[in-house]
Design a protein around this ligand. Structure first.
Ligand code: NCD
Length: 303
C-alpha cells in the first residue's frame, strides 16, 4: 500500500490488518516515536471537524510533525495551481499528504503527480470515497460483532451524494457482509448500483429496519444538491428519521452509527443519537486510532 485513495482495491487481509492495528493502538497505546522525523500535511478544501482533527492527533500520537495547511492564508487563494502548491510543499520535505476536496478524483490526481516518496491519503473527495471513514465504521461494528456475513445492515439517508456510503459498502462487503440495504427517498438513492454491488435499495425505512443488526444514518449533503432538491425537514424526519419507535423495529442490540455531523431532529432524534445503542462517539474515538493505523502502514519503515 503506497497511497490510500479508496477501499476498492484493498483485500480482506489488508483491511483486517489495518483494523487489528487500530484495535491494538486503542487497547495498548501506540509507539510514540514510530513516525518521528516524518511530516504529515493536512490539506482540507472542505469543512471538517472530526476527520481533520483526528488525522492531526493521529500524526502527533505517532511522533510525526503535522502541518495544517491554512487555505485561507495560502497562495492557492492567490491563484497558485494545486500542483504548484503540491510541489512547493514537497520541496519542504513532506512524507504524507492528507487531502479533502469537493471534486471526485482530486486525491488520485495529486497521487499521480506527487513525488514517489509521498503518500497521499484521501480524507473525502466529493461524492466518491472516504476510505478512513469506511475503515473506522467497520472497526466500530467489529468491536461488537465479528460475524459480518450474518449481519443485516441498513444505510439510510442521502446515499446518492455520500462518499461515506460508498466506502462503508466497500469495507463491509470485503469483510463478508451480503445483506446491505440502502434506504432513502428516490431522489437520494444511487442512480446506478454499479458502485454498490449486491446491495438492495428501498424507500421503506420501517420495512428495512425489521431485523437489522446495524443501521448507519447519513446526513443530507445539502452542499451537493440544488435547493429545489432539498426535502422539507419535518417531512423527511417523519419518513426517514431514526427515532426510538423506529429503532424498536430493529434487533434489540442493533448498533446505530452516524459519521457526523449529525442534524438532530432531521435524520436522527436526540434520544437515539444519545441513547444506549448509539455508537457515534465510539466512531469518533475509533477515527483517531484508525488514522494512526493508516499512517503507520503507509509511513513506518519496517524495523
Ligand atoms: C462525512 C463527510 O465529510 O463525508 N463526515 C465525516 O467525515 N465525518 C459525512 C458528512 O459530511 O455528512
Amino acid at each position: 500500500m503506497h497511497h490510500l485513495l479508496t477501499l476498492e482495491d484493498l483485500d480482506r487481509a489488508t483491511i483486517t490488518r489495518l483494523l487489528d492495528r487500530a484495535e491494538r493502538y486503542r487497547a495498548d497505546g501506540a509507539p510514540r516515536d514510530l513516525l518521528a522525523g516524518r511530516t504529515v500535511l493536512t490539506l482540507f478544501f472542505e469543512p471538517s471537524t472530526r476527520t481533520r482533527t483526528s488525522f492531526v492527533l493521529a500524526a502527533k500520537r505517532l511522533g510525526a510533525d503535522n502541518v495544517n495547511f491554512d487555505l485561507s492564508r495560502s497562495s492557492t487563494s492567490k491563484g497558485e495551481s494545486l500542483l504548484d502548491t503540491l510541489h512547493t510543499l514537497e520541496a519542504m520535505g513532506l512524507d504524507a499528504l492528507v487531502v479533502r476536496h469537493n471534486e471526485n478524483g482530486m486525491p488520485a490526481y495529486l497521487a499521480q503527480h506527487a513525488r514517489s516518496d509521498v503518500a497521499v491519503i484521501n480524507a473525502g473527495d466529493g461524492t466518491h470515497a472516504h476510505p478512513t471513514q469506511g475503515l473506522l465504521d467497520a472497526l466500530t461494528i467489529r468491536q461488537r460483532r465479528t460475524d459480518f456475513e450474518d449481519l443485516r445492515i441498513v444505510i439510510c439517508g442521502d446515499i446518492r451524494h455520500s462518499r461515506v456510503a460508498h466506502s462503508d459498502v466497500q469495507a463491509l462487503r470485503t469483510l463478508g457482509s451480503r445483506d446491505i440495504r440502502l434506504c432513502a427517498p428516490r431522489a437520494m438513492l444511487p442512480e446506478s448500483l454499479q458502485a454498490f454491488p449486491g446491495c438492495a435499495t428501498t424507500e421503506d425505512f420501517d420495512g428495512a429496519l425489521a431485523g437489522a443488526d446495524v443501521v448507519i444514518m447519513l446526513r443530507i449533503q445539502k452542499e451537493r444538491m440544488a435547493d429545489a432538491q432539498l426535502p422539507d425537514a419535518a417531512d423527511y424526519h417523519a419518513h426517514y428519521g431514526l427515532d426510538t419507535r423506529r429503532l424498536a423495529l430493529a434487533k434489540p442490540d442493533c448498533q446505530v452509527l452516524h459519521p457526523g455531523p449529525i442534524n438532530r431532529g432531521i435524520e436522527i432524534s436526540p434520544a437515539v443519537a444519545d441513547g444506549p445503542q448509539s455508537r457515534i462517539l465510539d466512531q469518533v474515538a475509533n477515527g483517531v486510532v484508525t488514522r494512526m493505523a493508516v499512517l503507520a502502514e503507509l509511513l513506518a519503515t519496517p524495523a
